[in-house]
Design a protein around this ligand. Structure first.
Ligand code: ACO
Length: 330
């Protein structure tokens, strides 16, 4: 049976490192507060007008080289981000232009922290049906230019970082690769983690009040996010395992969306995982939303933490709320 598999990955983060002490010069916070609540020690920020299409182009070049492919070998681009270069068009076409492959379809995914796993599920379906052979899947974010650097926004601002991760998917005929994907959403919580403005329901769409009331910056009900994350993550991971007649013991590596180290720790505890079964790198990157899973996956592969035939589980939870998982036989 034809399935999809990840052929190669690449990651790219801007070179500017912002430590917690540097963050404390921008907003009233401290290294201690940030580490204690989130585990984050530093993040990368762009230092000029660089968009997600630029970051992902760098990651894409690495993934193509590792796959020994040219951009012309790609049949489709799927681009997950909540921080696109422009309101429209989406960043998929901008990356396609940089790659020099006009005519190739570019689909933009708007599922925030779950964007990469949602995108993986779409890529998997296209490859399983035989419609496409090779798909470039991107998760990329530039958060730093859209955060609120003051006391009102500090509980959000300290958590996020910029970066991009790319995976190239191809077909597999031997049963390895993506075993299953599982997607969920609950729009009743849409406004618990959001940026509402500028939005098309406002007249006029852009007005100075948005800066005053902070509605053009991310709003997060941290406690509500935490509460849902620590229950939805284990549930959707179990769903992927149950679907494939597997147990938590079978997991070789779980790569959760890097939301917050405290959330990952709570998930590991609830699933009774050994420390080596879960990969976390939020300490060095902050929360890079749609980019966090492909960046972590790329690092884990580079560190040879994943071997052939390993069971890799990807899982995400975030704004929407949306949550998702994928089981992959490497
Ligand atoms: N630095 C210093 N003090 C701060 C900061 C900061 N950056 N942010 C808030 N505070 C202060 C508050 O003003 C408050 O002070 P007060 O007690 O004098 O009023 C105090 O710290 C506690 O603030 P709360 O907002 O109540 O903090 P809480 O204990 O709820 O923790 C946190 C906030 C860390 C965000 C927590 O709710 C949490 O971990 N939530 C999970 C959310 C998350 O990690 N989201 C990740 C992004 S979303 C995703 O990827 C799914």
């Amino acid at each position: 049976m034809r399935t999809s598999r990840i052929i190669s990955t690449g990651r790219y983060v801007p070179s500017k490192v912002v430590t917690n002490d540097m963050m404390a010069e921008m907003v009233p916070t401290s290294d201690e507060w940030i580490r204690e609540r989130s585990g984050i020690q530093q993040r990368h920020f762009v230092d000029s007008e660089i968009g997600v299409s630029d970051l992902s182009f760098e990651a894409a070049k690495i993934a193509l080289e590792r796959a020994d492919m040219n951009a012309e070998d790609i049949d489709m681009i799927i681009f997950a981000t909540l921080s696109p270069d422009y309101m429209f068009p989406g960043s998929g076409v901008l990356l396609q232009e940089k790659l020099g492959i006009p005519g190739v379809p570019a689909l933009d995914v708007r599922n925030q922290c779950s964007g990469f796993v949602y995108g993986l599920s779409v890529a998997d379906q296209f490859i399983r049906t035989g419609m496409y052979d090779r798909i470039m899947l991107v998760g990329a974010e530039v958060h730093s230019t859209g955060l609120e650097y003051n006391e009102r926004g500090r509980h959000v601002t300290v958590l996020f970082g910029d970066g991009a991760g790319v995976a190239i998917l191809g077909a597999s005929e031997n049963g390895s690769g993506v075993l299953s994907t599982h997607l969920h959403a609950d729009g009743r919580y849409a406004l618990e983690l959001c940026v509402t403005d500028p939005g098309s329901r406002k007249i006029p769409r852009i007005n100075p009040d948005m800066f005053e009331d902070g509605s053009c910056y991310p709003h997060m009900n941290g406690r509500e996010v935490f509460k849902h994350a620590i229950t939805k993550f284990p549930k959707v991971i179990k769903e992927a395992l149950d679907h494939n007649n597997l147990t938590t013991e079978d997991i070789d590596l779980l790569i959760p969306h890097q939301a917050n180290l405290r959330i990952s720790e709570a998930v590991a505890q609830r699933l009774n995982l050994r420390p080596e079964q879960m990969y976390n790198n939020i300490q060095r990157y902050g929360n890079t939303t749609a980019a966090s899973i492909p960046i972590a996956l790329d690092e884990a592969l580079e560190k040879k933490l994943i071997k052939e035939n390993d069971l890799v589980i990807l899982a995400a939870f975030g704004s929407g709320f949306t949550w998702a998982s994928a089981a992959i036989r490497w």
